[in-house]
Design a protein around this ligand. Structure first.
Ligand SMILES: NC(=O)c1ccc[n+]([C@@H]2O[C@H](COP(=O)([O-])OP(=O)(O)OC[C@H]3O[C@@H](n4cnc5c(N)ncnc54)[C@H](OP(=O)(O)O)[C@@H]3O)[C@@H](O)[C@H]2O)c1
Length: 287
């Protein structure tokens, strides 16, 4: 039976991956920082050596962009040295490594969607540390898939929940008009990660919801779907503490999926509607 080790299994994407793979005849190994700290090379090597997974899916990361700016060394430790440790372990036990990465590897200067063949140019510590993680994987592990995604929403999504909290309290939601990317549902992303893991060739893939929007358009759609009547105010990113550090334009072209004849994810609005309906059903105890 195939053994799949998910690191960061308690996070937004990790939980979705675990839920999805649980339905299959595979042996799942689920760890998070409390069981295997990916920054500890000895711990990683020992766990891999004892359990000998066939696939390692790294959903662990330091994803708080503001924390990365405040503590760059910690960001590089988790987002760069963590994947390095997993790459070395994967090579030793002959596992394939699947790594989650981000649109933040691109700076904000672009105007057309970035393909997998465009050169990254991160501006933030988060983006730089994630790119360093990608590069370590390319250097140390020959069997790997790197999947870049963007603006992931799903259970415990901080940005989406902060919009809903303000809206539920009748407060004005302020959202940036000068940041553009493609929102992506965590459940859809997990499906695509699974598909690539099972059938995809090694390499780099951009996997996002189709279409793109500003943070303001995203917030407006979230509020509309929630049924709250709160006002959404367009602001400059610099005035929104949550998003101030993010690239102004980071739309990812899913060119590798297209060239590999893999179906693209649906439009972000379709995925958002589906998620909001599921969230409401869960709240009402219907799921
Ligand atoms: N969220 C997005 O919009 C987005 C967009 C593009 C790409 N990504 C990438 O997708 C991946 C998953 O994102 P996510 O949103 O699911 O992140 P998340 O919810 O923050 O989950 C990350 C998980 O990793 C754990 N972790 C942190 N440091 C660790 C360590 N040293 N060893 C082991 N586990 C550790 C965290 O534990 P604690 O919570 O206890 O710290 C958390 O459970 C990340 O690599 C991220 O860069 C995310």
């Amino acid at each position: 039976m195939q053994k799949i080790w998910i690191c960061g299994a308690g996070g937004r994407v990790g939980r979705q991956m675990a839920r999805l793979l649980d339905k299959k005849p595979v042996e799942l190994l689920l760890t998070d920082i409390d069981s295997v700290d990916i920054t500890n090379s000895k711990e990683v090597m020992e766990y891999a050596g004892i359990n000998r997974p066939h696939v390692i899916v790294n959903c662990a990361g330091l994803t708080d962009v503001r924390m990365c700016e405040a503590e760059p060394e910690r960001a590089f430790l988790v987002n760069a040295l963590g994947p390095r440790n997993l790459s070395v372990a994967a090579r030793v036990v002959k596992a394939r490594l699947v790594q989650l990465s981000t649109d933040d590897v691109f700076g904000g200067g672009g105007q057309v969607p970035y393909t997998e063949f465009d050169s990254p140019s991160p501006e933030t510590v988060y983006g730089k540390s994630k790119l360093a993680g990608e590069n370590f994987i390319r250097e140390f592990c020959n069997r790997h898939i790197i999947i870049r995604s963007s603006w992931i929403f799903g259970d415990k999504s901080l940005y989406l929940e902060s919009i809903l909290k303000l809206a539920s309290e009748g407060k004005t939601v302020k959202a940036a008009v000068d940041q553009i990317a493609s929102p992506t549902g965590a459940a859809g992303l997990a499906e695509k990660v699974k598909e690539l893991m099972e059938y995809g060739e090694d390499g780099l893939y951009h996997v996002t919801g189709q279409g793109f929007c500003t943070r303001y358009e995203f917030a407006k759609e979230v509020v509309r779907l929630s049924g709250y009547s709160a006002k959404v105010e367009p602001v400059e990113a610099i005035r929104d503490a949550y998003t101030a550090m993010r690239p102004s334009y980071s739309v990812l072209d899913n060119m590798m999926l297209r060239m590999s004849s893999v179906d693209l994810l649906p439009d972000w609005k379709v995925m958002l509607k589906e998620y909001m309906e599921q969230r409401a059903a869960k709240k009402q105890g219907r799921m």
